[in-house]
Design a protein around this ligand. Structure first.
Ligand code: UN1
Length: 501
């Protein structure tokens, strides 16, 4: 029987004031998973008001105490890892092993941030005047709107919610409408871990007007968004006019560079995993391969061979290599790019079709697809497709490879396969990407380092690692003068030490 999913506002599970619902379905089979309450702008108002009311008390809870709630939440996630992963696979399609990885990433982030309850270091620095103290400390923003995507339905919400909470903010969480179940599970866990009412509020429903209302709500101080660059630009525009804080984590057109001296077999493993993992629906997916001409024929033959052997199916089946994409719209978008590729003169060397027979016809599947004869300026080499499609471009040397790598508007992740240390260091220095890998694919970021990208991939912020705290807190610099007299900075400075030379 399908479950019914509700909002969580001020510590209560509630249906939307509008009474409407929408369906949460399995993209591999079309089966109904849950009916979901469809929030109205009035629900958003209630959630923001609850978060606002809770803020004053929550910001005064000692941060180590806030961290203890997170430790408990991490333990609960660990205990439920398998159930959460299974629900995730059913809800958005990624294969079970990857869903387990998603949950693990959420656990990692939760434990990591719990520790920040006892850190959140500021600076204490010498003052230029005698008997004066100078230091900096973090200060929470207030109410954070966390707007999250469906491709990492547990991990990415933890990247936003946990650092927001540890810094003393309260949160209104609006997950993607494709993954309300995992959002409800995360909120249940935090509730069970002892989070006080109002500190985290959940509003379920499709973006559009609801999202705009949340972003422009006068009670929301900071918006953290992960999703497409178009939506990120729209949110930034709305929020910018109101001088709200915005952190955006957006698209990518990530590339794996394979040099003439690379281990080709190792590169093939990295390409297949990075291009087709999560059916290519990661911001970090390798949607381009830049292959040195010396190894291109060998590499293409092997990648095409591997792609053709991949088995599509339900992500819960052990034999499945590739699950569905998330929706009909996503499937159609991927398919439309095959036409674009052909019209531009690229060759579809593997895949290229939507399966239309048997069980696969019931889901939103698309064959793993390899495009060859791709030129760097073609649309398939420039635009984010967000599906199981990779475009292979040939290049002649490291300079040309780096130029092609940097020729898109995005700058999230990249990788180089080489045995030459000079190539590796040139690449590490010159790649215009927030994530760089050497002899590994473009996916596999760990939460203790900053995550995010350059250029149109974001707006200068980073998630995870210590960098997350910089998004969710403001700096406050504090000076304490204990000299008992007026001391004017920069003017009443001590000219001489007053000590014997
Ligand atoms: C994303 O696709 O938005 O490195 C996140 C990776 C994962 C995170 C991806 N750890 O691919």
């Amino acid at each position: 029987m399908a479950t019914h999913l509700q909002n969580y506002i001020d510590g209560k599970w509630l249906d939307s004031s509008g009474g409407e619902t929408f369906d949460d379905t399995d993209p591999a089979s079309g089966e109904l998973i849950a009916t979901v309450t469809k929030s109205t702008t009035a629900d958003v108002d209630r959630a923001v008001e609850a978060a606002h009311r809770a803020f004053d008390a929550w910001r005064l809870v000692p941060a180590p105490k806030r961290g203890e709630i997170m430790y408990r939440a991490g333990e609960l996630m660990l205990a439920r890892k398998d159930d959460l992963a299974r629900e995730m696979t059913r809800e958005m399609g990624k294969v079970l092993a990857e869903a387990r990885g998603d949950v693990q990433e959420g656990i990692d982030m939760t434990y990591y941030i719990a520790g920040e309850g006892r850190r959140q270091f500021g600076d204490v620095v010498p003052a230029e005047l005698p008997n004066k103290w100078a230091m900096s400390m973090r200060h929470p923003h207030g109410v954070v709107a966390a707007i999250t995507p469906w491709n990492f339905p547990l991990a990415i919400p933890t990247w936003k919610i946990m650092p927001a909470l540890i810094c003393g903010n309260t949160v209104v969480f609006k997950p993607a409408s494709y993954t309300p179940l995992l959002a409800v599970r995360l909120v249940e866990i935090l509730e069970e871990a002892g989070l006080p009412k109002g500190v985290l509020n959940l509003v379920l429903g499709p973006g559009g007007d609801l999202g705009d209302h949340l972003v422009t709500h006068p009670g929301v101080d900071l918006i953290s968004f992960t999703g497409s660059s178009d939506t990120g630009a729209h949110i930034s525009e709305l929020a910018g006019r109101l001088l709200k804080r915005v952190s955006c984590e957006l698209g990518g057109k990530n590339a794996i560079v394979v040099m003439d001296d690379a281990s080709v077999d190792l590169a093939v493993d990295g390409i297949v995993w990075s291009a087709f993992g999560t059916s290519g629906q990661r911001c970090t997916a390798a949607s381009r391969v830049i292959a040195d001409r010396a190894v291109a024929t060998d590499l293409i033959g092997k990648v095409v061979g591997r792609a053709k052997k991949m088995r599509m199916g339900h992500g819960l089946e052990a034999t499945t290599d590739l699950g569905p994409v998330v929706s009909k719209a996503a499937q159609e978008k991927v398919a439309s790019y095959i036409g674009v590729a052909e019209r531009e003169g690229a060759t579809v060397a593997a895949g290229g079709h939507i399966p239309t027979t048997g069980a696969l016809a019931k889901g939103f599947f698309h064959e793993p697809t390899v495009l060859t004869d791709v030129k760097p300026n073609m649309r398939v080499a420039q635009e984010e497709i967000f599906g199981p499609v990779t475009a292979i471009i040939e290049s002649s040397n490291i300079d040309e490879a780096i130029k092609i790598l940097n020729s898109t508007k995005y700058g999230l992740s990249c990788s180089i396969y080489t045995q030459n240390i000079n190539n590796a260091f040139r690449f590490m220095r010159d790649a215009e990407c927030g994530l760089v890998y050497v002899n590994a694919g473009t996916i596999g970021a760990e939460i203790q380092l900053p995550f995010g990208g350059m250029k149109s991939t974001g707006n200068g912020h980073r998630e995870a690692g210590r960098a997350a705290l910089d998004v969710y807190s403001e700096w406050k610099s504090i000076y304490v003068d204990y000299s008992g007299r007026l001391q004017r900075a920069q003017m009443d400075v001590v000219e001489k030490t007053g000590m014997a030379p």
